[in-house]
Design a protein around this ligand. Structure first.
Ligand SMILES: *[C@@H]1O[C@H](CO)[C@@H](O)[C@H](O)[C@H]1NC(C)=O
Ligand SMILES: *[C@@H]1O[C@H](CO)[C@@H](O)[C@H](O)[C@H]1NC(C)=O
Ligand SMILES: *[C@@H]1O[C@H](CO)[C@@H](O)[C@H](O)[C@H]1NC(C)=O
Ligand SMILES: *[C@@H]1O[C@H](CO)[C@@H](O)[C@H](O)[C@H]1NC(C)=O
Ligand SMILES: *[C@@H]1O[C@H](CO)[C@@H](O)[C@H](O)[C@H]1NC(C)=O
Ligand SMILES: *[C@@H]1O[C@H](CO)[C@@H](O)[C@H](O)[C@H]1NC(C)=O
Ligand SMILES: *[C@@H]1O[C@H](CO)[C@@H](O)[C@H](O)[C@H]1NC(C)=O
Ligand SMILES: *[C@@H]1O[C@H](CO)[C@@H](O)[C@H](O)[C@H]1NC(C)=O
Ligand SMILES: *[C@@H]1O[C@H](CO)[C@@H](O)[C@H](O)[C@H]1NC(C)=O
Ligand SMILES: [Ca+2]
Length: 522
């Protein structure tokens, strides 16, 4: 009773104190004049009083709804050097749970992630997203701007964290108690780079489908497009000119054959190949026989397909990158690689960050180009290093996930990275600070087949259930703040009316069908 009374008095005092404070909208507006941060200019401040839709000018045309309003939006720019700058937004919700959230980017961009700003603030984080040091999706800003490349390679997220936390502290009058990072794809690489280079920036990191070993993944993606005859990022003439090209119709034949050979390996014929690394697909099974010309592969197409589903080895015989996962070709994003043009991000990388030219002929793209990428390693962007000891020693927690039907970044690479860390640190299992969840059926970062929503953000609709068993960001919070590490992540199906779930396993456990459900097995 006395306890209750004291609590009531405490709450009343708090409320009184809160009322004596300026209204959040006044506090928000005041930031424009009062914030004085080194190398940083506050460009705009806006208090968003009620849920609304927002968008931004510039080449990204980012837009999102603000569902967590009321909140304060702060738009700012950080000069990182005399020739580079990072533009960023901080979204500061009135209802704040004392947590900071740094956000990542995708591909080579250049675009503040509004969807994740909204997602993070909806869970009451103070969230900050940046443009990664340049505007837009093209790699052109890298050309002859090594400091812009440095922002992309390692610095943008670091200054986003450092300056972002200062803004959060100035606004709320107290520092964030904990700081987190959320990103996928390029964002997954950024989170990994943070853990390697700036281990103090974040207490916890969610790094999805990471583009680690960046020079090699870009080289591999281009090789895949090259195998089917693609030579130019600017035109789409491959379909007419190359006998190696595989039309969307023929890809459907390939996918159907892959499922015929491998879908049932996991015990359930459901279109999902639970372990694509166990699928030894033989394209010869659909090679054209005498007189056959449609619905089958010519000998050169068989050769192309065999290359696509084989690991890539370099000039020195070392593995460059694991193979494409059988099944991943059916994901819609596979058209970025097999749609008729040379893989555009690699073309940008080679021209603008490696060769420093505006024009280049990709007809003879090959292993020598990938070797050059690694030699130049623009800005130290490779992000392939197993030494996470500093992050581990400061108590950092790292969660990563990878869709096993990802057509852009092979999930096998995330196993390779796990094994690299394990080997480097001489730890048989990384469970005490690093956990990798493999997601059968999921494409790149989200979507695909089966229950693939588990709070990873990136797009709306991936936060089907709000609790730490189903939401990887809340699982990370639980791990950092309560010491409760996620043994599994339960995925939910994306809004098709019926909520289906599947338990996703942490590597090196395997997802095994026990007759009624998939369970995680040592
Ligand atoms: C940032 O750089 C711009 C352009 O060089 C300059 O005008 C501005 O004053 C700089 N801002 C700060 C805070 O250093
Ligand atoms: C935001 O835009 C979407 C789609 O255009 C619309 O359905 C929604 O009602 C809008 N929300 C608000 C708060 O204006
Ligand atoms: C401000 O920028 C300069 C380089 O332009 C850098 O040396 C300095 O460390 C920066 N300060 C902060 C707080 O980042
Ligand atoms: C999850 O939902 C509950 C109530 O439905 C809410 O109280 C809680 O704040 C939510 N969690 C987060 C982190 O937003
Ligand atoms: C290129 O051509 C193929 C085959 O005609 C077509 O399916 C694809 O959509 C085209 N891709 C682009 C980027 O225009
Ligand atoms: C291109 O410029 C970078 C510095 O940004 C340099 O490291 C690289 O060697 C240059 N590439 C060539 C082919 O000269
Ligand atoms: C890892 O990095 C730490 C510094 O953070 C260093 O002391 C240690 O020797 C490195 N370990 C290995 C295996 O390279
Ligand atoms: C949802 O479940 C009901 C009952 O099992 C079924 O009839 C319906 O087809 C399902 N809807 C979808 C979209 O799967
Ligand atoms: C299979 O796993 C599910 C979920 O853990 C469990 O409920 C069921 O009893 C198991 N079935 C068998 C045959 O072990
Ligand atoms: Ca299956």
């Amino acid at each position: 009773m006395l306890h209750h009374l004291l609590l009531t008095i405490a709450i009343l005092l708090l409320l009184t104190f809160a009322c004596a404070e300026k209204h959040p909208s006044a506090k928000c507006q005041a930031l424009k004049k009062t914030l004085q941060l080194e190398n940083t200019t506050i460009l705009d401040v806006a208090y968003v009083a009620a849920p609304t839709n927002v968008s931004t000018a510039g080449s990204c045309q980012s837009s999102a709804s603000v569902t967590a309003a009321p909140l304060c939006r702060v738009y700012f720019v950080i000069n990182t050097t005399a020739t580079s700058a990072v533009h960023a937004e901080a979204w500061l919700p009135d209802t704040w749970y004392g947590r900071f959230l740094g956000l990542g980017n995708g591909a080579l961009n250049g675009c503040i992630d509004y969807v994740d700003l909204d997602y993070g603030t909806s869970l009451h984080f103070a969230a900050v997203g940046s443009d990664n040091g340049h505007d837009g999706a093209s790699g052109l800003p890298f050309l002859n701007h090594p400091e812009v490349i440095n922002d992309y390679a390692f610095r943008a997220i670091h200054v986003e964290a450092v300056v972002g936390k200062q803004i959060v502290e100035a606004y709320y009058g107290m520092p964030a108690a904990r700081s987190y990072f959320l990103g996928c794809s390029s964002g997954g690489r950024q989170g990994t780079q943070e853990a390697l280079k700036f281990p103090d920036d974040f207490d916890g990191i969610v790094a999805g489908s990471p583009a680690t070993d960046l020079n090699n993944v870009l080289g591999w993606e281009a090789m895949l497009s090259h195998y089917v005859g693609e030579t130019s990022p600017d035109s789409n003439t491959t379909a007419e000119t190359s006998p190696k090209f595989i039309t969307p119709e023929l890809w459907s034949v390939v996918s159907a054959e892959i499922l015929r050979q491998c879908d049932a390996l996991d015990g359930v014929k459901d279109g999902i190949i639970t372990e694509p690394d166990a699928c030894n697909f033989r394209p010869e099974a659909i090679q054209c026989t005498d007189g056959e010309t449609t619905g089958c592969l010519s000998p050169v197409q068989v050769e192309a397909v065999k290359n696509i589903y084989s690991p890539l080895y370099g000039l020195d015989g070392q593995l460059v990158y694991p193979r494409l996962s059988p099944g991943a070709e059916a994901d819609p994003l596979a058209s970025f690689i097999f749609g008729g043009t040379f893989f555009t991000f690699t073309a940008d990388w080679e021209r603008y960050a490696v060769l420093n030219v505006t024009e280049h002929d990709f007809t003879n793209f090959g292993l020598q180009d990938i070797a050059l990428f690694n030699e130049v390693n623009p800005g130290g962007s490779a992000t392939y290093d197993g030494n996470l000891s500093a992050f581990r020693d400061r108590g950092g927690k790292f969660l990563t996930y990878h869709g096993q039907r990802d057509p852009l970044i092979s999930s096998t690479n995330s196993k390779r990275v796990y094994d690299l860390i394990s080997h480097t640190l001489s730890l048989p299992l990384l469970d005490d600070f690093y956990r990798l969840f493999l997601i059968p059926g999921m494409g790149h970062c989200f979507g695909g087949l089966g229950p693939t929503s588990f709070g990873q953000g990136i797009t709306t609709g991936t936060n089907a259930v709000n609790d730490s068993a189903h939401n990887i960001l809340l699982a990370l919070v639980d791990w950092v703040e309560n010491g409760v590490a996620p043994a599994t992540i339960i995925g939910s199906a994306d809004g098709d009316g019926n909520l289906t779930e599947r338990t996703h396993c942490r590597y090196p456990m395997r997802s095994v069908f026990n007759g009624t459900a998939f369970v995680c097995d040592e």
